[in-house]
Design a protein around this ligand. Structure first.
Ligand SMILES: Cc1cc2nc3c(=O)[nH]c(=O)nc-3n(C[C@H](O)[C@H](O)[C@H](O)COP(=O)(O)OP(=O)(O)OC[C@H]3O[C@@H](n4cnc5c(N)ncnc54)[C@H](O)[C@@H]3O)c2cc1C
Length: 607
């Protein structure tokens, strides 16, 4: 049976010692609301909720799954009660403005809460998680009336939200969206079409669901420039925002899928459903991508979540299970055999999981600070600052989403492997984590789409490599003070310095190649993204190691000596055994596109 324990020590280390969150909240003017004591109390309460309420539903929810009966979706046993507790705890509104019933705390706290909830039970976390995109879109683009009508109930969690983009013929390529929005005399629209794969599109946790829907008006130009955004409430709303009779949107079925069985993935039919335009006509994609960076960071968290949970399960098992003797002689002579944890190959797997979970956490928490500043600018109406931070976060986001979800999947795979055949058996939960982790590289933009976004749009088109120069400048600044020191930290600093310079030349070379052959962008994109991810994680591991080293030297850190030493040793593992993979990605990114495209498509089959 799988259990979850929130890694509060590591979370506090990253927040307080590495990124100085107290100073960050002070700079945001939120040092009173988000004082260290308050933050700690929130984290502790969230941990208790996750460990005691939703983690115990993780495996049972997977086994039972959601059921579709006569147009109604039933979530697994215990989900409704747990969701009610979530609402009573005020968890949905943690980071939303008090005028809509929220607690007005920084957005980063919401991300930290999501990390714990997602690790404890990703499928459960999807229900409130989807509401976040919906709330953010309305906060930015809703009229004051619409906000007043809808936001308080979404912020309280009384209702949930969805994001309805995907249709049978298109997921990545939203230019092909066909759902039609016919204008009505009263200024509303009648929406007709089918959306598929809609997470939380129908369920029994709340009375009403607010759908944010991409659709076309009849006179819209083709392609992405003709897409508008609409709000469709499952139940029609009166002026006071009270939900009444059913709107013409119905669930046709739910998907039977590889993982996240407890999350309802719905086919939704819109048969003249009444909807309200949000934002400008034909500017729907822009509006939909509002705060998309934060939604994608939310999915990047899934990589960390699955790495953490599978690490916890695998570590416990490797300490108990015995097999043969260590190669250097008996480690536990009183026992029939040594525990798995003594064997180097098992250590390799466990340390990979640990390095991904903790390195990924640091990457997320750094990005969360940027998100805080971006939201503060948005709520204050400071568009220029918002745009600048959005662009900065926009560079990190495809790396976080693409790299961390791929690495989370790998970590989940090692979790199964550490347990041997028992990892493949449902009872231990490891195969479930692996199945659940698989979706993370697909939805919210596949890894391939993230990779194109990173190299094609962010690096080449939008910034001509400036974003890489900015990022590597920070890396060089961190590495330089340690450059001359000997020992493991000096080696890390030297490796980082070399990688920062290598990343710059790689960018330049890819830009030149792309000028000669546009296919080179698509051919290099995946390896370029993975390369960027390995280097970015190295940056964060070095930061953590340097902080741990300083704490050991001063003897002033709040953590134990063993904790800090383990941080430095895990960083060493990362630099010696994971970062070298960047060499292969570097080489593959520079390989000619012709190795992928020279074979005519019709020759790929020998049937
Ligand atoms: C469980 C689940 C939950 C989901 N939840 C939601 C939701 O809540 N709301 C919603 O709207 N959607 C949701 N989706 C849909 C999801 O976002 C899409 O499946 C995803 O965006 C991929 O689209 P697609 O399936 O149409 O694949 P396609 O777009 O057909 O892509 C297939 C493959 O081709 C690659 N590819 C496509 N175009 C290119 C290109 N130009 N260059 C290089 N490679 C390319 C992709 O990377 C991918 O590997 C969900 C899906 C699942 C399975």
């Amino acid at each position: 049976m799988l259990t979850y324990k929130a890694p509060l020590r590591d979370m506090r280390f990253v927040m307080n010692e590495v990124f100085d969150y107290p100073a960050h909240y002070q700079a945001l003017g939120q040092d009173e609301q988000a004082s260290p004591e308050t933050v700690d109390a929130i984290l502790q309460a969230a941990a208790t909720f996750c460990e005691e309420v939703i983690a115990p539903l993780y495996q049972s929810g997977d086994q039972e799954g959601c059921r579709f009966e006569n147009g109604v979706v039933r979530t697994p046993k215990g989900y409704k009660a747990a969701y009610d507790q979530f609402v009573q705890g005020g968890w949905q509104g943690l980071s939303y403005p008090p005028e809509y019933g929220g607690q007005g705390l920084p957005m980063s706290l919401n991300l930290l809460k999501s990390e714990m909830m997602g690790t404890a039970n990703w499928a459960f976390n999807m229900y409130p998680g989807l509401s976040i995109g919906c709330i953010n879109t309305l906060m930015q683009y809703g009229t004051p009336e619409l906000k007043a009508q809808v936001l308080p109930r979404l912020v309280s969690g009384e209702w949930t939200g969805t994001m309805c983009l995907t249709e049978p013929q298109c997921g990545s390529d939203l230019a092909q969206v066909r759902t039609l929005a016919q204008p009505l005399a009263d200024g509303t629209y009648a929406l007709s079409g089918t959306k598929i794969f809609i997470s939380s599109g129908e369920h029994d946790l709340t009375d009403n669901i607010i759908h944010i829907v991409l659709a076309r008006r009849p006179d819209a130009p083709p392609g992405t420039r003709g897409i508008s955004l609409f709000l469709v409430s499952k139940r029609l709303l009166n002026a006071r925002g009270e939900a009444g009779e059913r709107n013409a949107v119905h669930c046709g079925s739910i998907e039977h899928k590889m993982g996240i069985h407890a999350s309802a993935t719905a086919v939704l039919h819109f048969d003249g459903a009444i909807g309200t335009l949000i934002g400008q006509p034909n500017k729907g994609l822009e509006a939909m991508f509002t705060f998309m960076n934060t939604a994608r960071i939310g999915t990047a968290i899934q990589g960390v979540a699955h790495a953490e949970l599978s690490y916890q399960g695998a570590l416990a098992y490797a300490q108990e299970r015995r097999s043969m003797r260590a190669l250097s002689g008996k480690k536990e002579p009183d026992q029939v055999a040594d525990a798995l944890i003594w064997h180097p190959d098992v250590r390799r797997m466990l340390l990979t999981q640990k390095a991904v979970a903790e390195g990924g956490r640091a990457m997320i928490y750094a990005a969360a600070q940027l998100a805080d500043r971006m939201y503060a600018a948005a709520w204050a109406g400071d568009q220029a600052t918002y745009n600048r931070l959005d662009a900065e976060l926009g560079f990190y986001t495809p790396i976080l989403k693409g790299f961390l979800t791929e690495m989370g999947l790998e970590a989940a795979h090692w979790g199964v492997q550490v347990m041997g055949g028992h990892g493949y058996i449902a009872e231990h939960g490891m195969e479930q984590i692996l199945r659940d982790a698989r979706i993370a590289t697909l939805y919210e933009g596949t890894t391939g789409i993230q990779a194109l976004d990173l190299l094609g749009r962010k690096v080449i088109l939008q910034t001509r490599g400036r974003c890489v120069r900015d990022m590597t400048r920070d890396i060089l600044a961190l590495a330089r003070p340690k450059w001359w020191s000997s020992g493991p930290l000096g080696r890390m600093a030297r490796a980082l310095t070399w990688r920062a310079l290598q990343w710059r030349t790689l960018t330049l070379r890819l830009m030149l190649k792309a000028r000669r052959d546009p296919e080179q962008v698509g051919a290099a994109a995946h390896d370029h993204l993975m390369y960027a991810g390995y280097v970015m994680m190295a940056h964060h591991w070095a930061q953590m190691a340097f902080v741990a080293d300083a704490a050991l030297r001063s003897g002033q850190g709040p953590e134990t000596e063993a904790f800090y030493r383990t941080k430095i040793e895990t960083a060493q593992f990362y630099f010696e055994r994971l970062l070298p993979r960047a060499d292969a990605h570097h080489r593959m990114a520079l390989a000619p596109a012709s190795t992928l495209l020279q074979t005519p498509a019709q020759h790929l089959s020998a049937l």
